[in-house]
Ligand binder design. Structure first.
Ligand code: UFG
Length: 328
């Protein structure tokens, strides 16, 4: 029996594929390679195509004995989603519908879904738990929430059990040094800061230092990509053991400000990393920190790479050995 990983050539997906292979699982990957990289796939059987292509997906399910799906394939740029929401509804929501219809046809009853803290929007309180209100402030988060809900209706109607994992800020790279973050365009804080350290950018722009936080910059909960990957394996195991559908936050419960991230990166890289403060970026909540108590209690998830310094060091290891990403 194989595990199908959609979006398995992407940043988080490729780390999940690596973790599945390390556990001896048979892995099938479906990725369009619009954002993903063929070199990020460290093993398994890769199918290149789009989930919205019915023939393609029928072939993937037809040629493999799939017992569970881990679904990463999606567009994930907040800014882009505000300019072109249609693209997000079409690829993310309709793509997920195509996947679920195919699972129904093939009788596949388990899915682990890559969701996001963006489902919450501006939090009412921190740390955020899974019972807090979900009012996304951007189209990306709205599509992920719609996907979560659609997946739940496929449980009600067709018995497809799901675990949705709402990630906070993924960062870091695989300890082998073989895979890491390589986005075009890059918009995330940690890789951008490291590009400054590599001399690829003159400075890092700090989006606002007038937030109601101690140093005035936004606070986020950074979580190592391999800890996220591990959670997907635990979630799949839980579903295999007959677990019910559920939603879990994945974060360390530790908040770091933009300034703290830059300072830590200076320490890790030994570079000055000049920073320039600009206006706030639209749609950024001041503080996003997760309560992952539920994932710890029910999945037995225990993130082991929680220190910001370790997370940034592992990213730095990837970036300095792959200054051009997978092209290096
Ligand atoms: N930031 C800067 N300068 C930059 C880039 C980012 O100051 O050049 C700041 C942002 O304003 C934010 C923090 O650094 O305060 C983190 O920003 P990221 O873009 O790295 O991450 P986000 O918190 O905006 O977004 C991440 C994921 C999204 C997800 C969201 C959920 O990338 O996919 O978490 O909270 F929706």
């Amino acid at each position: 029996m194989a595990v199908l990983v959609t979006g398995g050539a992407g940043y988080i997906g490729s780390h999940a594929v690596a973790a599945l292979l390390e556990k001896g699982e048979e892995v099938v990957i479906a990725d369009s390679l619009y954002q993903g990289h063929e070199q990020a796939v460290l093993g398994g059987k890769l199918y290149i195509g789009d989930l919205r292509d019915e023939q393609f997906l029928a072939q993937v399910f037809g040629e493999n004995d799939i017992d569970g799906v881990i679904h990463f394939a999606a567009n994930s740029l907040v800014g882009e989603s505000m300019e072109d929401p249609g693209k997000y509804y079409h690829n993310n929501v309709y793509g997920t519908l195509c996947l679920l219809e195919q699972m129904k046809k093939a009788g596949v009853k388990r899915i682990v879904f890559s969701s996001t803290a963006a489902a919450y929007g501006e939090p009412e309180r921190v740390p955020i738990d899974e019972y807090d209100r979900t009012v996304p402030t951007n189209a990306y988060g709205e599509t992920k929430l719609a996907m979560e809900k659609m997946i739940r209706w496929f449980d009600t109607a067709h018995g497809i059990k799901s675990i949705s994992l709402r990630y906070f800020n993924a960062a870091g790279a695989h300890e082998s040094g073989k895979i890491g973050e390589d986005h075009h365009p890059e918009t995330h804080l940690v890789p951008l800061v490291l590009e400054v350290a590599l001399g690829q950018r003159e400075h890092i722009t700090v989006f606002g230092d007038d937030y109601p936080t101690e140093d005035g910059t936004c606070i986020r909960d950074y979580v190592h990509v391999s800890d996220l990957a591990d959670a997907h394996l635990l979630a799949l195991d839980r579903l295999r053991q007959g677990g019910e559908s559920a939603v879990y936050n994945l974060g360390n419960g530790l908040g770091y400000s933009v300034k703290q991230v830059i300072e830590t990166a200076r320490h890790v890289t030994g570079h000055a990393i000049p920073a320039v403060t600009r206006d706030r970026r639209a749609g950024d909540p001041a503080v996003l920190v997760a309560s992952s108590a539920r994932a710890r209690d029910e999945l037995g998830w225990s993130p082991s790479r929680s220190r910001l310094e370790d997370i940034i060091s592992s990213s730095w290891n990837w970036h300095r050995t792959h200054p051009e990403g997978f092209k290096s």
